[in-house]
Design a protein around this ligand. Structure first.
Ligand code: CA
Length: 231
């Protein structure tokens, strides 16, 4: 799983619970506590999933939802709305505002996680798939193994995560700063040079210097998994 979730919830106990559980499942999480911050957070990076509390100080979850649906960029963003018991009768109104799903507080964490994943299976299947296959390269998330044709490719944990991230969106170019954020989670010990070093090792392990290189270097921009690889 390499999906990102944005949690909008003003109650610390609940957002901590959500953050903990989503991270345990491999999601990257961001938490904000008010509806007013949503646009800036999404402009910063579009999440794969939004968990939106109904009752927020200031703009309510419903208003946030309506605003997001009115904009082209966020029209289809998967949204799960959290509501307190008693607001349940308002469900219909919630659906009318465009939330994709509903979870009533106090909610069961496994149920919420199951719904989040089933939503991602529809909106971003690569994020939850057990295997990513591009050309002759196969990455098995459950077994943490990579193969190229019949050959096993031995990768370090970092190289594995890097390949997994790039393979999820072939053709998409990521800057070194983005890769540091998403693969290294902004570990203070590493700098952009580290990205180059690991990309170099990943390449060497994947191609052994003689097979087609699936990683594309885009000068001045960053790296991508070549969308033409294997075609
Ligand atoms: Ca609340």
């Amino acid at each position: 799983m390499t999906a990102s979730v944005l949690i909008v919830e003003d109650e610390p106990a609940i957002h901590q619970l959500l953050k903990y559980n989503f991270e345990a499942e491999g999601f990257r999480t961001r938490v904000i506590e008010s509806g007013e911050e949503v646009h800036a957070a999404i402009a910063d990076e579009t999440p794969d999933l939004l968990i939106l509390d109904w009752m927020l100080p200031g703009l309510s979850g419903i208003e946030v939802c309506r605003l997001l649906r009115a904009r082209t960029e966020t029209q289809k963003l998967p949204i799960i709305m959290l509501t307190a018991r008693g607001e349940e009768s308002e469900r219909v109104r919630g659906f009318a505002t465009g939330a994709d799903d509903y979870v009533v507080k106090p909610f069961s964490v496994p149920e919420l996680m199951a719904r989040a994943k089933s939503m991602l299976r529809r909106s971003k299947p690569e994020a939850v798939a057990d295997e990513l296959i591009r050309g002759e390269i196969k990455l098995d998330r459950a077994k943490r193994r990579v193969s190229r044709g019949v050959r096993d490719v031995n990768l370090s944990p970092t190289e594995f995560r890097l390949l997994e991230y790039l393979m999820q969106s072939p053709g998409r170019v990521y800057s070194r700063a983005q890769l540091l954020d998403r693969v290294w989670h902004n570990d203070a010990e590493v700098d952009e040079r580290t990205v180059d070093v690991h990309v170099g090792r990943l390449r060497k392990n994947l191609s052994r210097g003689k097979e087609d290189d699936p990683i594309r270097t885009v000068r001045g921009a960053g790296y991508a998994f070549d969308e033409r690889f294997g075609k």
